[in-house]
Design a protein around this ligand. Sequence first.
Ligand SMILES: [Zn+2]
Length: 316
Amino acid sequence: MVWTAALLVIVISYVNSEDYCYGEPHCDPYAWGDMFPSCHPLLEEHHSPINLDHQMTRNESLRSLHLEGFDVIQPGHWALKNDGHSVVLQVGGGMSVSGGGLPDVYHTIQLHFHWGGPATNGSEHTVDRRRYPMEMHIVNMKSIHPNLTEALGDPTGLAVLGFFIDVVYADHVHFGLVSQKLSSVAYKGQTTKIEPFPLMNLLPKHNMSQYYRYYGSLTTPPCSQAVVWTLYEVPIYISWSQLAQFTSQIFSTEEDAEQVTPLQNNFRHIHPTFSRIVSVSKDAKLLTGTASWPLRSAVSLHLLQIILLGSFLSGL
Ligand SMILES: [Zn+2]
């Protein structure tokens, strides 16, 4: 009996250790493949996130997506939950995305966030190797699939809309509807109700035709290569204090845990693009080029100095 009980304890603790994490070497993103084999990418596999750089192809046929039900108040309640890996807003039915090169209609299921720490940025995708403070993902499932398991077996089973989140001095009023509720879901497993609001109020509504498109994977286990990614070029702007509510008030542990662990840096590492094409929508401005300019002009200034010095010396 004692042995059975001991065995049970071992089995239970083993099952618990099956959970993935971000901060500890035995369960962080580099170890996910030990528990979820499809999280160990093989050569030429198409994983996410990726770095977005100049190797992108303009596709004039990529126009704004059709976001059905995003500009109205949905009936019922939404649920905000801390699942130990992120904060997830379950948005119920009533919304869908289509168009913009998507192969089908996709029903909106939930949105969630990725963030860093008090002094580190935490977006999943990077732009010219630059990481934004946060990233929001709106997850949509192809309408022909009855459940997520089937959708994950389809290379275009999910359409995820990704939004970078950057920081300014002013609060984002609508984002506050979510961030003000975070104290109610500080610990893993906690859930709170949220009054539905037009989801479009969160988004950069004047720049929705500017985006990047590529085919990749879930950025959390089981890392299925089943995602059509749409990454919007213009970020959502929130305030420092709204960002801090994520980086300092959310825990990956339950309320009664002996040791509380802040949930920080919940992003997966960057994966190679390999032979994939990253497309750019018709209206995208390719704001990505700006980061490398200061370096280039510094190099050319240095060259100019050498040339000037050379002509000065030869003139002596
Ligand atoms: Zn995500």
